[in-house]
Design a protein around this ligand. Sequence first.
Ligand SMILES: Nc1nc2c(c(=O)[nH]1)N[C@@H](CN(C=O)c1ccc(C(=O)N[C@@H](CCC(=O)O)C(=O)O)cc1)CN2
Length: 293
Amino acid sequence: MTTVIDGDAVAKDLRDELAARVETLKESGVQPGLATVLMSEDPASETYVSMKQRDCEELGIESIHVEIDPEKPAEGLYGVIDDLNADPNVNGILVQLPVPDHVDKREVLRRIDPAKDVDGFHPENVGRLVAGNPRFKPCTPHGVEYLLDDAGVELDGADAVIVGRSDIVGKPMAHLLLQSDATVTVAHSHTDDLAAKTRDADVVVAAAGVPELVDGSMLTEGTAVVDVGVNRVDADNEKGYELVGDVEYESAKEKADVITPVPGGVGPMTRAMLLYNTVKAASSQEDVPVDLP
Ligand SMILES: Nc1nc2c(c(=O)[nH]1)N[C@@H](CN(C=O)c1ccc(C(=O)N[C@@H](CCC(=O)O)C(=O)O)cc1)CN2
């Protein structure tokens, strides 16, 4: 019997736990604040940012939102980051990715104060993660780790294959799985015979951004399958699109022991982990300890 992980439910339970920590902070006079910065007209990015703002409101976290015209020079974004770094009401800063091509993404990530870098993408925070001493775990890999743990998936000694080597998911995911004593393979677009690798895996994390790249024929019975992809594909419905993962769900479910759906799998956990990191940032900046789950 395949277990379908309910990411919405796990994320809700985590948000409830975080709400109690926000209360603790407020009782100590600390109002946590998260700044989201959007320099894009990409509809998916707009959706994610507004969901993040709504999540903050529900938890009692102050949400500060800045929108920058994507046609404007990069300096405008750099200036906004400098201002948010200096703002004592802002504990966490998130610049929604991707940024326009004329903006130097590395400069954006480097410019955010590492203590407010709730995405965990600043080079200092990347270094800390790789060294096994993370300040902020990047939200999506952290969400995947949490879901696997919640579902009781044993990582110690497991063969894990990550499909995709992005800075946001694939690379940090590899380090988190290594730190859980899994044997990790990171496959990517140049990998020869991907199916041979995924068929040998106990855990597959699909994060390539390619709709339905991994199907049931590429899996062995009993695999834990985590689908990080959230691809919008054209559909004849009101929205004009539907969300499809990087895993071909129906055939993969036939083989998987546990599997995450899209939507309602990893996506809600990505957002919950942003709240987690924001609570952690506020707690450490204001020196009010809270016990995080
Ligand atoms: N600064 C960042 N930018 C981006 C990140 C990130 O972690 N930090 N990750 C991705 C996308 N992402 C976060 O912004 C994200 C993806 C998916 C979801 C989500 O809730 N998905 C829902 C469906 C939502 C919908 O209806 O479209 C689900 O899967 O159930 C949230 C955040 C890129 N950029």
